[in-house]
Design a protein around this ligand. Structure first.
Ligand code: KG4
Ligand code: ZN
Length: 346
């Protein structure tokens, strides 16, 4: 019999609910509602208390709307999956408390989901045959992770950022260029009109799998200060910054593909909304690997990806009790931090 799973995401500034329906190995997305909290744009970044209060006000109508769009009553739900970390603690607490109350009221299980495992599963919603092993690059506002995915639930950390996450660097450079928050989409638009005239350094390009973006942000700051006509330079600055970040992301991913021999790269997280990044990645991996990336709606923070990762955990028999807690620095389940380089492919 088809199962129904309700997913809930409130880790940052998107209030989202989704319904997945189907056979255990073939879940299909029945609905997805995402309510973005525009208020943070006024402050140039997410204000945690405002985010929590907005989730508290809007989560219930968002869930009801997702069920209505799926054409299902609340009583049809077999399990509730919810992001329990990482993220803003107050924002996470709203989703986790709501999910636990709902599950308890319906007498159904609740499954806590790691936000980045959600991003990792997002492409499977449109690419259902996607199976490990593969290399994954997760680039969001809070994280930059390069993983070798040996099996779903078994992840080997190849590299991570030593300072700013890729999306965070986009947001900070967006502020420097005066394009507002979040910086990523605005920088991508501007970059289309510009050229890589500034040729910023490519940090740690040939140095292991770790990333560092904070020096690059400082290089942009100096260029902005030195500019005598920011109006004229803005598009070139955006393009030069974007090219520097993407060159590093693509170079390290290509090296991981080369060294592991895996012919697939999964791209996920908010920065993967960038068409320029998927294009750059596909060009850099031509003849080496295919790139699996979901459409932007499934790469921004959304509950469909949380429902999908929750579905995987639920089918494995995982359930949480009513003591499920929100953990702002939750480690990725199944993550091995062994940094010895993979064996070169033969
Ligand atoms: O995954 P996400 O929605 O939230 C977190 O989990 O952090 O990622 C948000 C990040 C923001 O930093 C935003 O600037 C970036 O994704 N982003 C982009 C683009 N669209 C969103 N970065 C570069 N280019 C884009 N088109
Ligand atoms: Zn995210």
């Amino acid at each position: 019999m088809a199962e129904v799973l309700l997913g809930i995401e409130t880790s940052c500034d998107e209030t989202s609910a989704a319904v997945l329906v189907g056979e255990p190995r073939k879940p299909e997305l029945a609905s997805l509602v995402i309510l973005s909290q525009d208020i943070h744009a006024v402050f140039g970044g997410v204000v945690p208390e405002l985010a929590s209060r907005a989730h508290l006000r809007t989560l219930d109508p968002v869930v009801r709307r997702a069920l209505a769009e799926a054409g299902l009553p609340l009583t049809a739900v077999d399990a509730v999956a919810v992001t329990c970390g990482p993220g803003l603690v107050g924002a996470l607490l709203v989703g986790v408390s709501y999910a636990k109350s709902l599950a308890a009221g319906l007498d159904r299980p609740v499954v806590g989901v790691h936000h980045l495992e959600g991003h990792l599963f997002a492409p499977t919603l449109e690419d259902p045959d996607l199976e490990p092993p593969f290399v994954a690059l997760l680039v969001s506002g809070g994280h930059t992770l390069l993983l070798e995915v040996e099996a779903w639930g078994r992840y080997r950390l190849l590299g991570e950022t030593r300072d700013d996450a890729a999306g965070e660097a986009f947001d900070k450079v967006g502020t420097l260029l005066g394009v507002g928050y979040p910086g990523g989409p605005a920088i991508e638009r501007l970059a289309r009109e510009g050229t890589d005239r500034f040729h910023f350094p490519r940090p740690m390009l040939h140095d292991g799998y770790d990333f560092s973006f904070s020096g690059l942000k400082t290089a942009v700051l100096h260029a902005v200060r030195a500019s005598v006509d920011l109006e004229r330079d803005r598009a070139d600055l955006a393009r030069s910054f974007q090219d520097a970040v993407f060159d590093v992301l693509v170079e390290k991913t290509a090296r991981a593909v080369h060294e592991t021999g895996h012919p697939i790269v999964v791209l996920g997280g908010g920065v993967a909304c960038s068409h320029a990044l998927s294009q750059h990645m596909a060009d850099g991996l031509r003849g080496l690997a295919r790139v699996s990336v979901a459409r932007p709606r499934l790469n921004v923070d959304n509950a469909a990806m949380i429902a999908r990762a929750g579905w995987f955990r639920f089918q494995r028999g995982e359930r949480h009790g009513l003591d499920l807690d929100a953990n702002p620095s939750l480690p990725l389940p199944g993550l091995e931090r062994d940094r010895t380089p993979p064996c070169p492919a033969t």
